[in-house]
Design a protein around this ligand. Structure first.
Ligand code: TRP
Length: 481
């Protein structure tokens, strides 16, 4: 018996060590990210680098266009400053308190909740492949602009004929995913991050310029009005669900990422103000992307509002038209897609790193082998998404094409479930005070303490539950929302 006990202890030690080594590697890389910055700026930049990506530039504008413009923007901002804020503070504080990544953090507080680590881990596994498909679309447009095909890219039907073909979307998806895997395999993320730290501000400035230009296009003012004035007749449960899913997606919430980031955060860094800065930056970029695209849709569609509802293709269809009317548009457009590509790559690298470390933590596989396995799995899932717009367009799950289905199941089902259980876990199991103490470490005052408690204990869980039930019922056609 003692021998048996001893072997268990020994086994646990091995696992512990392995976990710690992993964590140590990651901490090391995060410390490196921080080099040259104060602890707080380093943290905010690293978290913002993961948060800002295709979610802001590609996903936010098409959702805002589709779900009523101003009303979507209003709901999104309201959710961001209440819900998003509380959830992000909770995740970062959870991670910093536990000093562990998501998979183990929940288990450390309460064994019964260890399933949450796994549930949260499913999200990046689903997102990475289809994120790479969209990343591939960005490369395609970058290449088109570089090869002097801007006018062709600005034609109606160019986007649809591209995504419904077989070879090209698969090729560009493979290039994007391959690039991501190569960077992760070679461990050259730091180089990419250095470049992207320089690229990000350029992207912001360029986007500002394009937004100003878009707003001045003939007929664009109607679009500005649509984007800024909330029209309550467009309000529905779907608007709220879409805004909530987008909030989680864009701020990398409800998937364990912020817990892991929090576990690397120094104790003296202020969680509350870091959260405010990350969400302000993330929302600012999304807002700007909407301003680039939505007024332009009005200008080019000549008042035909059906263009607003076209979904994932919106950015790719609209922006080439904007650049085409630009003096030197081919160069500006190529630069723009290159910058978006960098923003997408930093996010996909972080997604892949997360997935790889989930498997290493769980199974103790070698890093390189794990990278290849994750790459293989992502190729299969990504192929479904790519071909789902082409030769497999007739295959539908719950009435959705593969890419839309993966997007729906992660953003509108699993993430809200993770967020809901996180709220219950914090509100009723470990109690908000435990995290308030963490936020207030070192005599920091938690200014929005009341908002945090009310959100986490009452408003957020009830709200998410209602939204979830109605969305699932509507997906199965039981109710119409
Ligand atoms: N937030 C990212 C974006 O807006 C996408 C994303 C979701 C992500 N989850 C992530 C990025 C996890 C890195 C890690 O594009």
């Amino acid at each position: 018996m003692p021998l048996f006990n001893y072997s268990i202890v020994f086994l646990q030690k091995i696992c512990d060590n392995r976990g710690r080594k992993n964590l140590a590697n990651q901490v090391f890389s995060l410390e490196q990210k921080r080099s040259g910055f104060s602890g707080k700026l380093g943290f905010v930049l690293a978290a913002a680098g993961s948060a800002v990506g295709l979610g802001n530039i590609w996903r936010f504008p098409y959702l805002a266009a589709k779900y009523g413009g101003g009303i979507f923007l209003l709901v999104y901002i309201l959710l961001a400053i209440t819900f998003g804020f509380a959830l992000m503070v909770a995740e970062i504080a959870l991670g910093r308190k536990a000093q562990l990544s998501a998979v183990s953090a929940f288990a450390k507080f309460n064994r019964k909740f260890s399933f949450m680590g796994y549930l949260a881990s499913i999200v990046p596994i689903i997102i990475l492949p289809y994120y790479s498909v969209i990343g591939g679309w960005v490369i395609k447009y970058f290449v088109a602009f570089c090869c002097g095909n801007m006018s062709a890219a600005a034609q109606d039907g160019y986007f649809n004929s591209f995504i419904s073909s077989t070879g090209e979307p698969v090729l560009y998806f493979a290039i994007f995913l391959g690039l991501t895997a190569l960077i992760v395999l070679l461990g050259v993320e730091k180089g990419i991050e250095k470049v992207s730290k320089f690229m990000m501000p350029v992207l912001v400035i360029l986007s500002l310029g394009v937004a100003v230009y878009s707003v001045c296009l003939p007929g664009a003012m109607d679009g500005v009005v649509y984007y800024f004035t909330p029209d309550f007749s467009h309000f529905s449960v779907t608007t709220v669900l879409a805004a909530m899913g987008q909030l989680f997606y864009s701020m990398s919430l409800a998937m364990g990422i912020m817990i892991t980031y929090g576990s690397y955060m120094k104790k003296e860094v202020n969680i509350e103000s870091s959260t405010r800065q990350i969400s302000l930056f993330d929302t600012g970029i999304a807002f700007l992307a909407g301003l680039m695209i939505i007024p332009a849709v009005f200008s080019f569609s000549g008042g035909d509002q059906s263009a607003l509802g076209q979904g994932p293709g919106l950015m790719f269809v609209t922006l080439p038209k904007v650049f085409e009317t630009f003096p030197g548009g081919a160069v500006v457009g190529a630069l723009f897609f290159l910058l978006v590509l960098f923003a997408a790559l930093t996010s996909s690298i972080s997604l892949m790193e997360t997935v790889v470390s989930i498997f290493i933590d769980k199974f103790g596989w070698k890093r390189n082998v794990t990278c290849l396995i994750v790459l293989g799995g992502s190729v299969v899932l990504g192929l479904l998404s790519t071909l789902g717009y082409g030769i497999w367009a007739d295959v539908k799950i719950l009435g959705m094409q593969f890419l839309d289905f993966f997007d729906f199941i992660s953003n509108s089902v699993i993430m809200p479930v993770v967020a809901l259980i996180t709220c219950i876990f914090v509100g009723y199991v470990i109690k908000p005070q435990a995290l308030i103490d963490e936020v207030e470490t070192g005599n920091v005052r938690f200014k929005s303490k009341k908002l945090f408690v009310i959100m986490i204990k009452y408003i957020a869980p009830i709200f998410i539950l209602l939204i979830l039930i109605s969305s699932v019922l509507s997906a199965f056609g039981i109710i119409k929302i």
